[in-house]
Design a protein around this ligand. Structure first.
Ligand code: HCA
Ligand code: CU
Length: 385
């Protein structure tokens, strides 16, 4: 298990740029890198310099900033398995290069048209070139669409690449979001055993398993997980940074203690603003309802001890919990708590009476907090009926 020592490869500025509404200006990219570095993201992956002239200029600007300001984070760029891509990537001065090539029948036919033999040859040529030119660069080789690849093809490619002794890391990619946690676990476990190399997992969320699959990868010995802020990426994206943090925090808080967790709300909001989307209401940790307690039974227990209904402490993320009280499911303990907050001293029987009134009125329409407050103040003044 690598829960204790995994690294995040934060790909908001690569995979995330492939999200339908994402376009990052140079200044926005620099701001995201600064914030991710402050958060503690170990690695940041950038769009290939071949994508466009500005993309290349941005890789250079970001790498320059990270080196000049001696930031901890490491900058990677992501390229196709082609020598010309490698030449351009190395010229930018990045710390690491992530090479990818499709191995599924679908991608072999429609993406690059190569056979498995040719994939292995291309990998050998490109990886050797990179190693010769840049002995210190962190080099990763990944098969795209690993889980729809024929297992015999997949292992042939991985083992051939591992045998070259050139790469630091092998990547596993669930490109179309079809893998089950058990499949991720089996493949990652095999690769750890057969190659002894660091293993990276990149999981899309088409069928809702991206976080579970990332967790399964770590349990099976993966060392690196690809994430993006809010999970943005192609289609409905990949493992979200905040979702991975929530998953690991609830196993053991110390697994994510290395990150500056209070920056997570700022990161999520920044990307939501830039991409012109809302943070989903049910988002991990930063969704608007993530720490709102409603039913009377829940509210009572949470007021006594938040842990009764919380697996995540919002304080750790600089977030305040909320208790919703103006509705038909409300309970008198929550209403009494509100009276106390207002500095009102009321008999229990009065609070219970106010609660019954709130419930009856909320059957027609939920009450706002000021409306609840007005009832409590009226009761305190003896004018409640
Ligand atoms: C892509 C595909 C990719 C690559 C992942 C990786 C995927 O957009 O280039 O390099 O590990 O999902 O397979 O994002
Ligand atoms: Cu992807």
């Amino acid at each position: 298990m690598s829960f204790e020592q995994f690294s995040v490869i934060e790909s908001t500025l690569r995979e995330g740029e492939q999200f339908s509404t994402a376009t990052f200006s140079t200044d926005e990219k620099l701001e995201i890198v600064r914030l991710l570095n402050e958060f503690g993201a170990e690695m940041i992956e950038l769009t290939s310099p071949l994508a466009s002239p500005q993309s290349e200029a941005d890789v250079r600007a970001i790498t320059r900033m990270v080196r000049a300001e001696k930031m901890q984070t490491r900058i990677l760029t992501h390229i196709r398995c082609k020598r010309e891509d490698a030449v351009r990537a190395l010229d930018t001065g990045v710390h690491g290069v992530d090479v990818v090539i499709g191995t599924s029948p679908q991608l072999m036919q429609h993406s690059h048209g190569k056979s498995i033999r040719q994939v292995i040859d291309a990998a050998g040529e490109v990886l050797s070139y990179i190693r010769e030119q840049a002995p210190d660069v962190v080099l990763r080789f990944s098969t795209e669409d690993s889980f729809r690849s024929r297992p015999a093809d997949l292992y042939r490619v991985y083992l051939a690449v591992a045998d070259l002794g050139l790469v630091n890391r092998l990547g596993v990619a669930d490109t179309v979001g079809v893998a089950l946690p058990s499949q991720v676990s089996a493949l990652v476990g095999q690769l750890v055993k057969l190659t002894g190399l660091d293993i990276e997992f990149h999981g899309h969320n088409d069928s809702g398993c991206a976080i579970a699959n990332a967790c399964a990868a770590l349990e099976a010995g993966a060392t690196h997980i690809d994430t993006t802020i809010l999970g943005i990426g192609e289609r409905n994206g990949i493992t979200p940074l905040g979702g991975l943090v929530a998953r690991l925090y609830t196993i053991k808080k110390s697994y994510v203690a290395k990150y500056n967790l209070k920056l997570l709300p700022r990161l999520d909001q920044l990307i939501a603003d830039i991409c012109d989307i809302d943070i989903p209401f049910n988002n991990y940790i930063t969704g608007s309802s993530a720490f709102i307690h409603k039913a009377g039974i829940h509210a009572k227990a949470v007021l006594a001890d938040p842990e009764s209904y919380e697996s995540i402490n919002p304080d750790d993320f600089g977030i305040t919990r909320g208790i919703s009280i103006g509705h038909r499911l409300t309970g008198w303990n929550a209403i009494r708590n509100r009276a106390n907050q207002l500095g009102l001293t009321l008999e229990d029987t009065t609070v219970q009476q106010v609660t019954q009134t709130i419930k009856a009125r909320a059957d027609v329409q939920p009450l706002s907090l000021p409306e609840v407050d007005d009832l409590l103040i009226a009761a305190a003044n003896g004018v409640f009926e």
